[in-house]
Structure formats: C-alpha cells, structure tokens
Design a protein. Structure first.
Length: 471
C-alpha cells in the first residue's frame, strides 16, 4: 500500500534506490552536477549529515536519509486555534551572509518559524518556514512590504525543507542531495528591502506527516498563513498596512496561484497586492503527461504518496494498480529530495510501476475516484482579487505550457487582472528539465521587478485583451 502512514526515519538501507540502467542515469547525473555547481557558485558549502542540529533531550531524533532533523520541526500535540498563529520560533543562521558595517548581518536576520494552518481536510496542521528581516531599507512607497515565497519542487523528505536550505544551501546526506535554488529569489527581494517569509508547506520539514506535494489547498493555505505568521515575529518592521506579494515558480507557482484564488475567502486580512505564478501546475492531469518518463519522473511518487495520505480511501485503489516495483518506488521517493529523485528514478516510465502495464495517466482516466481527486486540484475555478503575473515557457515540456496558458485564459474570463508572459526560448532538450528551468532563470529579474512595483503601490496593466494572439 502507498506509504500514507509516515515512517520518517530512513536510510539508503531501509529505503533502497530503484535505479534504471545507466543510460538515463548519466543524463540525470549531469543535471544534478550542474545544479550542484550552480549552488557552489552562490557560495554554498556541503553540510555533512551530522551538522543538521541537535534534538531535544528525551526525544527520539528523526533521521531522513542520514540527515538528522532538528527537534524544532517536531510539532506539539496541540496547536493554536487561529490560522497563522506562531507555535514557536528560534534564530535561523543564514548559510550565505556577511557582516554589515552597522553590525547587522547582510542580507538580513532570519527566524525559523512553526505556525498553525488548516489542511485540505479542514484539520489543523503545523507548518514550518522562515522569516527574514532585511538589513536594506525599503525605498518604495509605503511601509516595508512582505513577500510570501513558495519554493519550487524540493522533495518529500524532511531534509529537503526550504527553511533548512536557507541555513544549508547545499545538504548532502546518505543518498540525498538538496539544493536551495530558490534562495536566489529570496536574496533579490531582501536586497530591495522587502521582508520575506518562506513556507516549508505541510509536512515538508514538520515531522508528523508526509509532504502533500501539489495539493492546492494545503499549499495555498500554508502560504497565506505564512504571511499571517510573519506579522507576529519579534523584531519585525512590518505594519498592519504592509503590502503583501505572493511569489513562486513551478510547485511554488501552483502554490502562489492557489493562494491568490483562496485569499478573498480564506485570508481577507492579508493585504495582498499581487501574485507571481511561474510555470504553475494548474491541471495535474495534463502535467502528469509531461512528468512521466522525464528527468523528474520521481515526483509522481510524491504526488501519489501525498494524495493517499489526504484521501485514505485511495489506498486500496493504489494497491490494486501498483506492482512490487511501484510500491517500492513509492516508499523510496517518500524520503527523497529532488536531486535524489533525478538520480534514483529519472526517466522512469510509469508503466514499470503498474500492475497491468498501463501508464498512470491511463489508469487515472479509467478510475473515477482518481479522476475526482485530480479534478479537485484544478486551479482556475476561482477569481484572484488582485493582479497576477503568470509566466510560462512556450517550450516547457515538464510543467506543460498549454495548461499554464489555459490558467491565464480561465482567470481572464472571470475578469481577473492578469499579466501573461509567454517566455520564448529555443528547445533546449526534451524531458531533461532544461526547458522548465531556463524560463525560471531568464524571467526572474522581470518577475522580481513586477512584484516590487506592486509592493510599491504601482498599478498593474492587464494584458488579457491580447490572449487570442499570445502563444
């Protein structure tokens, strides 16, 4: 059965890698090597598993693939009633920082957070994350603003949490590699003088459950509640009038898009002025087709694991349709970071995981229960109340361009203010992540500038009128 009851302690011995022949492994290895090199260029240093931090006395440490998770990430038995309420905080040393002339660290002072949110089933959930108070002054209009940042795909193991990657931009454990690639966007906002809060999402970091990968309600709630929690951090310069922006790419783009839709009903107290949603996985049925057989095929396991946890009635359906290889892969991926997934399951065809040799897409199409779950994840059925900038690479074959463009169309038809940006680049290689990652890098400067304008109080211009002629 899918691992919906969580066993977070893991190693390469009890969660063995299921690698394909070296043909795809070599190609995936080059991608990970390039990512590690990029992190090194940013000044990241590898952190040994033993440096993950101590656990509290009398408490069994949680270990995920050789990395000890600090005791901070173990949620208490009881949570506060109100969403966005802080459960606990502690100082968070940034892995990339410098001493400032005035004695304050550059680019800012970070605080590790745990706060209360509501999960997709309506129950309380503890979510972790980080708040960074910038050293730079805010030079835009109004009080210092806040960017609530949703990270792109990091993994399903607790060692992959974005807040941990701020402390350790490159973490290497026993069969795990985690790279804090979204730290670049965090630091760009801090340099502009905007405060930043980063969510770890439900179950990523927090040790009481699996991360519910691409669950739109869990992610949207977690991001909005991070913005709420930031207001209560000791020493913050935020005010009740501080403008808030939502920012994310890929998984983070789906989270920010979902949060933008949910904000009017779930968090009207958040002073939202704009949302950047880059490469949002708005239609998971379509996205699955791009993921299957790609370098990022392992994320299919994260999706299945997360939905099996949220909807236990899917357990028998998943059991019936997965073979022994598939069941082992689901267990294996449940503690992986994105680097591990590429190395361990890159370019896997989902037909190798299924009992009857059909693809996951074909099985879902034939199973009403599975279709209903994915239909509930569709983003675009609600109207964002504030401007959105939606960017998608026209060559993106991982988080498909067509379904992201359709989200812009859906929002425009509802009367939302949408700035649609079709990032046009040449085809940089099929299914090897380059067509997905390149727009992330080439569009980031424009995305940060657009968000900074919204945080400064400047009005956005919708280009919904141009959708019929947009690629």
């Amino acid at each position: 059965m899918s691992p919906r009851k969580i066993t977070r302690s893991s190693s390469t011995e009890n969660a063995p890698h299921l690698r394909e022949p070296r043909r795809p492994g070599r190609r995936a290895g080059r991608l990970v090597a390039a990512s590690v090199a990029a992190a090194a260029c940013l000044g990241a240093t590898a952190v040994p598993a033993s440096a993950a931090g101590p656990t509290s006395a009398g408490q069994e440490p949680v270990v995920s693939r050789g990395v000890t998770i600090p005791a901070f990430y173990n949620p208490p038995a009881q949570l506060p009633a109100a969403d966005g309420t802080l459960v606990r905080t502690e100082p968070l040393p940034l892995g990339l920082s410098l001493p400032g002339l005035d004695g304050r660290r550059l680019p800012g002072t970070a605080t590790r957070l745990m706060y209360k949110s509501t999960d997709a089933g309506g129950g309380p959930v503890a979510v972790t994350g980080a708040y960074i108070e910038p050293s730079a002054a805010w030079k835009g209009g109004g009080p210092r603003p806040l960017v609530a940042l949703a990270s792109g795909t990091m993994g399903q193991g607790d060692q992959c949490a974005p807040s941990l990657s701020l402390q350790h931009p490159l973490t290497i454990g026993e069969g795990t590699v985690s790279i804090g690639y979204d730290n670049l966007a965090v630091y760009r906002f801090l340099a502009a003088g905007a405060a930043v809060v980063v969510t770890d999402y439900a179950g990523l970091g927090a040790t009481d459950r699996l991360h519910t990968y691409v669950n739109r309600l869990d992610e949207g709630h977690a991001l909005l509640d991070a913005a709420r929690a930031a207001r209560s951090v000791a020493g913050t310069s935020l005010t009740p009038e501080s403008r808030v922006g939502l920012y994310g790419y890929s998984q983070g783009g789906g989270a920010s898009a979902s949060a933008a839709e949910l904000q009017p009903s779930y968090a009207p107290d958040v002073n939202l002025v704009g949302t950047y949603a880059g490469a949002p996985p708005a239609d998971l049925t379509e996205v699955m087709k791009g993921i299957d057989g790609s370098a990022l095929a392992g994320v299919l396991g994260w999706s299945i694991n997360g939905f099996a946890q949220t909807y236990p009635e899917l357990g028998p359906v998943i059991d019936a349709h997965t073979n022994d290889v598939g069941k082992a892969a689901l267990k294996d991926t449940s503690t992986m970071c994105v680097g591990d997934a590429i190395l361990g399951h890159g370019f896997t065809d989902s037909r190798k995981w299924t009992a009857d040799g059909r693809s996951l897409a074909a099985i879902i199409a034939a199973e009403p229960e599975l279709r209903a779950v994915l239909d509930r994840q569709r983003i675009g059925n609600l109207k964002p109340a504030t401007p959105v900038r939606l960017a998608t690479g026209v060559q993106d074959d991982i988080v498909g361009h067509a379904q992201a463009r359709q989200l812009a169309v859906d929002w425009c038809r509802k009367g939302a203010s949408v700035t649609y940006e079709a990032v046009q680049l040449p085809n940089l290689g099929d299914k090897i992540l380059t067509n997905h990652l390149a727009p992330y890098l080439t569009d980031q400067g424009s995305a940060v500038a657009w968000m900074t304008d919204r945080l400064s109080g400047r009005k956005a211009s919708s280009n919904c009128w141009s959708m019929p002629i947009q690629p």
